[in-house]
Write a protein that binds this ligand. Structure first.
Ligand code: C2E
Ligand code: MG
Ligand code: MG
Length: 572
């Protein structure tokens, strides 16, 4: 139902209009003066505004001017109400850019016609924008979520679908089987018969897999000769058992490719979800472990996962052990990596990146210890330390160099879901006296897509505080465009895996271009991560990316070295 705001100071007239609108099936809101009108427009974002010209305090022109200054209310169609005598009023309103006017008194049908005409016109203005965005998003999802060779879902989409399948199974008290499948001797086919034959073989395998399962099951290609299957609507582990030999049988039938006959055999690892606890990652890891076990054995084609198959992971255990004491032993340090504007060539900000050096383990890669910190919950105190250290440092730089700069701090999914997140950030900002707009929070697609309504509320709180929000590693997770549109985002950071091959892999180049195009329609900035070469740099500049981060400019460096970069004010 369309929402219409009526701003009119004469009570009887306001009530009349509201009543007519309700009869015409609109949701009608009334405001008794201009000030209230502006307020209601901003909170309700109506589809159309009808506003009297002559009002005490803030008149109709004042209301109109105020609303046009706010991007959210600027596009709302605006109809002036004026007394018949005031022709000059009308001209003034139309000159300001109002959409239409109605002279008092007016009939119900005059009112209805004016409203319908405006709403239709508005739809015509907005529709091309929505179409363009849909096109960009469809193109992107086609590129980013499907494997170009087999047209099967890729790892990202598999993850997303698996998550959905697990939720459904939990609701319906059913089981799900997750399979990882690898082709034995595929490399031999590739090297002796050529890549073209290898590609044809993978396409045929994809087809046979799809035909071997039900339509609601999922078949995905993980890369190379690895596939994954998710079988849904099962009740018991035993339900999977008859499927497995049939699958092996289907896949081992000879393939006829370009007149040549090729034979291969699969190795399949299986795990069954019925405890309603495991995550998609855990299940895929289990199936993968079972698959590698099958491959090593060589005499079986499939097997179910069992915990004994896991090698004891000593490195992981050591990290967990020492990580618990790292904060109090002051083993952490924050490094900074500059972000450079591609047009001016100047440093516009930096990303804070955590470094950990332990006396026993040496320097540990964040890719290894951050996930463990996340799983154990240690990320919460560690993350707060990073935030505080970074804000204090950046405030010191701003004070001494007087240049405005913004710092990005990574927040993991677990930190983002902390009840007291907003309070903690507020407290750190107050304590370090850093302006909120000097801070940008980096979140991954997976953490924002987890519980969308909660995400939207938290992001709005951050935005209202003046903090910037950026989506990190964009393109490696699953994003629904409908939600992206609703998130108050400032920046998308294109993941470095796409930048890596941007000048050699046409699919990656197309993904990057599609992300930039989508960001443009969403009116948000784009930063490319992991830029290492001038060729990548030139490509990004040519295609409208605003900023970059990467070894080409500088590796992440300790605070002291970063201060040198700032004083040099080096331009590209
Ligand atoms: P990220 O947020 O996507 O950070 C960018 C990563 O790319 C950093 O890895 C950076 O060193 C690396 N990088 C930058 N330029 C280049 C380049 O040109 N080539 C290549 N190959 N790599 C480049 P790093 O520092 O190892 O961090 C890895 C990840 O760990 C980060 O990815 C982030 O997700 C996480 N992380 C780091 N610090 C924190 C933190 O304080 N809190 C949380 N929650 N996560 C953090
Ligand atoms: Mg980051
Ligand atoms: Mg990143």
């Amino acid at each position: 139902m369309k929402k219409i705001l009526v701003i009119e100071d004469t009570p009887s007239l306001r009530e009349d209009v509201l009543q007519i609108l309700e009869c015409l099936d609109f949701e009608a809101i009334g405001a008794e003066n201009g000030v209230v009108g502006v307020e209601l427009a901003k909170t309700h974002l109506p589809d159309l505004i009808i506003c009297d010209v002559m009002m005490p305090q803030l008149d109709g022109y004042g209301v109109f001017t105020a609303l046009r200054q706010d991007p959210e209310t600027a596009v709302i169609p605006f109809i002036f109400l004026s007394a018949k005598a005031d022709r000059s009023d009308i001209r003034q309103g139309m000159n300001l850019g109002a959409d239409d006017y109605l002279t008092k008194p007016f009939t119900t049908s005059e009112l209805r016609n004016a409203i319908t005409a405006r709403l239709e016109k508005q739809a015509a203005v907005i529709q091309p924008y929505i179409d363009e965005m849909k096109k960009a998003a469809e193109h992107l999802s086609q590129l980013a979520y499907s494997d170009p060779l087999t047209c099967l879902p890729n790892r990202i989409l598999l993850h997303h679908r698996l998550r959905e399948a697990l939720a459904t199974a939990r609701r319906n008290q059913q089981g799900v089987a997750v399979l990882c499948l690898n082709l034995d001797r595929f490399k031999v086919v590739n090297s002796t018969m050529g890549h073209l034959m290898g590609d044809l073989l993978l396409q045929s395998v994809a087809q046979r897999l799809t035909h071997s399962v039900k339509a609601e099951d999922i078949v995905a290609r993980l890369g190379g000769d690895e596939f994954s299957l998710v079988l849904v609507n099962l009740s018991l582990t035993q339900d999977v058992e008859p499927i497995l030999p049939r699958l092996v049988q289907n896949l081992t039938e000879p393939y006829s490719l370009n007149g040549q006959s090729v034979r291969i055999q699969p190795s399949i690892g299986v795990t069954f979800y019925s405890n309603y606890e495991s995550s998609p990652d855990q299940l895929l890891n289990q199936a993968d472990t079972a698959m590698r076990w099958v491959k090593e054995r060589g005499d079986v084609r499939y097997h179910f996962y069992s915990p004994e198959m896991d090698r004891v992971d000593t490195e992981r255990q050591l990290i967990e052990l020492y990580l618990g004491q790292a904060l109090e032993r002051e083993e952490f340090e924050v490094y900074y990596q500059p972000q450079v504007n591609l047009i001016t060539g100047r440093i516009i900000g930096m990303e804070a990146l955590l470094r950990w050096t332990n006396p026993e383990l040496g320097s540990v890669d964040p890719g290894k210890f951050i996930p463990i910190a996340e799983m154990t919950g240690l990320i919460v105190p560690i993350g707060e330390w990073v935030l505080r250290t970074t804000c204090r440092q950046v405030k010191a730089w701003q004070t001494s160099s007087l240049t405005p700069m913004r710092v990005s701090v990574n927040l993991s999914a677990r930190q983002f879901r902390q009840q007291n997140l907003i309070a903690t950030i507020r407290e750190v900002l107050a304590e370090t006296e850093l302006e909120p707009d000097s801070l940008c929070i980096e979140l991954t697609e997976t953490s924002v897509m987890e519980d969308v309504e909660v995400t939207i509320a938290t992001l709005h709180q951050l935005q209202q505080m003046g903090i910037q929000i950026s989506i990190d590693d964009f393109g490696t997770g699953y994003s629904s465009l409908n939600y992206l549109k609703r998130f108050p985002l400032d920046t998308l950071k294109i993941d470095k895996s796409f930048i890596n091959a941007i000048t050699s892999d046409s699919n990656d180049a197309a993904i990057v271009k599609a992300i930039i195009a989508m960001a443009q329609t969403l009116k948000i900035k784009v930063i490319a991560e992991g830029v290492e070469t001038t060729e990548q740099f030139d490509f990004l500049r040519k295609h409208g990316c605003q900023a970059i981060q990467g070894y080409l400019i500088s590796r992440p460096v300790p605070a002291i070295a970063f201060a040198d970069l700032l004083t040099q004010d080096r331009r590209l």
